[in-house]
Design a binder for this molecule. Structure first.
Ligand code: ARG
Length: 463
């Protein structure tokens, strides 16, 4: 009979196929450093409360630190028969320190242990991702500032709509990432909870001091309900939802970069270092980073579906199903970080083709709303003005011209309120400058938005 840490009541060995099926070590070894830090805090608390001797805690802590080093240096052996990272470390501690290692798990279950590890991991990773988003926002602001005056066509339904500043368009992404940052920051409150003391589910008869363990580990508070402590994976679902929204922002940005870098648009040119070629078509230079980020968004959406489906209908308290939470979580953390980081590097490697964007803004009747507004200023009701402008567009189309290419007499056929000042009124620069409504694309607004964003980033605290 092979020895397992839990097989006192078993008279048969676990079948090999069961060991392979139930083990999670390939995935949860990622948690080793948190598992060890959690165990060290637990031991310090046990000694502080005189549940074990200080000298025993010291030996075990020394052993755990040695195991930490061995794992760090790839001098640690993993085996399916030891199931997960918690068992591996406990078993290794036995080899390191002898019988005394059996005291480590006093007043603790793997159920509250894994909840602790996951919270420690996600608290650290959330802060790293917030830092990544912060860096990306800085790059967006830098680029917006550098190209503050560039005019581009703004789109609705992917049809040319009204001219906007390219910087204004970029700052829209700044706003999206700001919300992602704030969502992560807010979620930290719910991650930052210490579950030890719950043990398997009901709490423990031993006189643990969870407050003490919480303080050593730097958690904000202790979980209020032992059943919830071991059952709750809301923080995982919440993180993946937030990550999913952030990936969707990146994916929408990606789609735009792909379109803008196409020959048809040519609004931007991504540098050679951030594009790839084709193995057959020598002329190709493809926006693969943007495409991959867009593609990986599908995986993260899948991860969200995965975690919420795992949790749906699980009775309280711990169920082994929950072991599956790590796969979507770790993949989401890694993918999101990689995508945000590569975007921060790629953005300064994008050339903005000002003149192409400018010329594009002059074609496609982007000034039709402004012609209507012009008539409104002269006293015509908006619906009537809309009609006049629409008719002018139809006429211009029949002449193969733009509105500003029609003569004053042609325009006056649709309303005699139109005078020579219309041409100046319809210049791209004036159309932009007039959009001074709060959050509109006027130069002064965008300048202020950039200043506001810079001030926000100066005072925002990541860690
Ligand atoms: N590997 C397990 C997980 O990640 C640890 C908890 C196991 N608990 C248990 N009662 N079998 O969920």
């Amino acid at each position: 009979m092979t020895k397992k840490l839990w097989n006192g009541r078993f008279s048969q060995n676990t079948d090999k196929i069961v060991e392979q099926f139930t083990c999670s070590i390939d995935i949860d070894k990622e948690l080793y450093s948190y598992d060890i830090r959690g165990s060290i805090a637990h031991l310090k608390m046990l000694a502080h409360e005189s549940i074990i001797k200080q000298s025993e805690a010291d030996i075990l802590i020394k052993g755990l630190l040695k195991i930490n080093k061995n794992i760090e240096n790839n001098k640690f052996e993993y085996s399916d028969s030891l199931e997960d990272i918690h068992m591996h470390i406990e078993q290794a501690l036995g080899q390191e320190t002898g019988k005394i290692a059996k005291k480590l798990h006093t007043g603790r279950s793997r159920n509250d242990q894994v909840a602790l590890d996951m919270r420690m991991y996600l608290k650290a990773e959330t802060k790293i991702i917030m830092q990544c988003i912060y860096n990306l926002q800085k790059e967006l602001i830098k680029t917006a500032k550098k190209h503050i005056d560039v005019i581009m066509p703004g789109y609705t339904h992917l049809q040319r709509a009204q001219p906007v500043l390219f910087s204004h368009h970029l700052m829209a992404y700044y706003e999206m990432f700001k919300r992602d940052f704030e969502r992560l920051k807010d979620s930290l409150k719910r991650i930052d909870v210490m579950p030890l003391g719950a043990a398997a589910l009901a709490g423990t008869t031993l006189p643990l001091n969870s407050e003490y363990t919480k303080n050593i580990l730097g958690f904000a508070r202790v979980s209020e309900n032992s059943i919830d402590s071991v059952s709750d994976r809301d923080f995982v679902m919440e993180f993946i939802s937030t990550a999913c929204i952030c990936m969707i922002h990146l994916s929408r940005f990606s789609e735009e970069l792909v379109i803008w870098s196409s020959f048809e648009f040519s609004f931007i040119t991504i540098s050679d270092a951030f594009t790839t070629g084709s193995s057959i078509m020598p002329q190709k230079k493809n926006p693969d980073i943007a495409e991959l980020v867009r593609g990986k968004t599908g995986r993260i959406v899948g991860n969200l579906v995965s975690i919420i489906t795992i949790m749906k209908s699980l009775p309280l308290a711990y169920n082994r199903d929950m072991q599956e939470d790590k796969i979507p979580l770790f993949d989401t953390v890694k993918t999101l970080k990689a995508c945000i980081n590569i975007y921060s590097r790629m953005i300064p490697n994008i050339k903005i083709n000002n003149s192409v964007m400018y010329s594009a803004s002059k074609k496609g009747f982007l000034n039709a709303t402004d012609l209507a507004d012009y008539l409104v200023v002269k006293g015509m009701p908006f619906r009537e003005a809309h009609m006049v402008s629409g008719k002018s567009v139809a006429f211009a189309l029949s002449q193969n011209k733009e509105l500003h290419e029609l003569s004053i007499n042609e325009l006056r056929n649709f309303s005699n309120l139109i005078n020579n000042d219309i041409f100046d009124y319809l210049s791209l620069e004036n159309m932009i400058s007039r959009r001074i409504s709060f959050g509109g694309t006027a130069y002064d607004n965008v300048k202020k938005a950039i200043q506001k964003a810079e001030a926000y980033l100066m005072k925002v605290c990541v860690i």
